[in-house]
Design a protein around this ligand. Structure first.
Ligand code: SAH
Length: 276
């Protein structure tokens, strides 16, 4: 998979993609990340990328011409002309924007099916809206807060999408059995054997993880995890997922795939109240 990032600060990314899984995925040729300096597509002495907003108001706006030129240099046609390209190799253009659709694990899974993804990083007050209109498949927001630029958002998107590409994670199932994992019904997993990370997340948060030592700073790891009874471990983990989701993200419960057993557990937890 190929990521192309258009930014006025290519240096911002120095180091950010050089660690862990992201570095390895590039070294193994599963992923490539190219940085494109927007200023290279200006033609004036000052390499101007911004201009004052029409209609007044504070701040500056990224001008459309250098962005359009940068996109065309990557052979990215306007949306209207892109329809003719082959669906599987059609580039997918994302505009990093606080006004965008929420970037979720589900969106990341969709993006991970693409071969070529272009990310446009805004700055100042944002990007001239015609770039969005003419070239972008999706406006993406990484959360309900305002960053000073799209670079951090692009790094978040690349990191999240990349680890969902087949072969990037050592264990394919890791991407399914974790917070915001795919629903139980979509998981082709046996329920026997060692309970793996979050057996069928079903839209819940992951359960807490423990490793050695069995006792740390006077706090013991839960006994149930040490006794090797897979059935009990699985039940405990499910309860912990429900507990954590109820405490930290009750909104997720509305969409989660819950069994009758889960619902009874939750009822009990709600009755007990918000103890930690
Ligand atoms: N005036 C804009 C904010 C501009 S912030 C507004 O109020 O919506 C400058 C740039 O940072 C944006 O163009 C965008 O590329 C990036 N950015 C800021 N917050 C973001 C977020 N939550 N998600 C993704 N990109 C964001």
């Amino acid at each position: 998979m190929q990521f192309e990032i258009i930014t006025i600060f290519p240096g911002f990314f120095a180091g950010i993609f050089e660690h862990g899984i992201v570095r390895r995925a590039q070294a193994e040729g599963l992923v490539s990340i190219a940085l494109h300096d927007l200023r290279a597509f200006t033609h004036d002495r000052h390499r101007t990328v911004d201009d004052r907003p029409f209609g007044g108001g504070e701040g500056m706006v990224l001008k459309p011409e250098p962005l359009a030129e940068a996109l065309e240099s990557l052979a990215i046609l306007p949306l209207a002309k892109r329809q003719d390209e082959q669906a599987d190799s059609r580039p997918y253009v994302l505009l990093m924007s606080a006004q965008g659709q929420p970037f979720t694990q589900a969106v990341a899974r969709e993006i991970s099916k693409r071969q070529r993804v272009v990310l446009i990083c805004g700055r100042y007050e944002g990007v001239d809206e015609r770039i969005n209109e003419l070239y972008c498949d999706m406006e993406v927001s990484i959360g309900d807060y305002v960053l000073s630029g799209g670079e951090l958002a692009a790094a978040v998107v690349v990191d999240t999408v990349m680890r969902l590409i087949p072969g990037v994670l050592g264990n394919v199932a890791s991407g399914e059995f974790e917070s915001f994992g795919v629903g139980d019904a979509e998981i082709d997993a046996d329920v026997e054997g060692v309970p793996r990370s979050q057996h069928g997340a079903g839209g819940l948060l992951d359960y807490p993880h423990y490793t050695r030592p069995a006792e740390f700073a006077g706090v013991k790891a839960p006994e149930v995890l040490l006794n090797g009874d897979h059935q009990q471990i699985r039940r405990w983990r499910r309860e912990q997922q429900l507990k954590k989701t109820l405490r930290n993200r009750p909104d997720l419960l509305e969409r989660a795939a819950l069994s009758e057993y889960d619902r009874r557990m939750l009822e009990g937890m709600r009755r007990e109240g918000g103890e930690k």
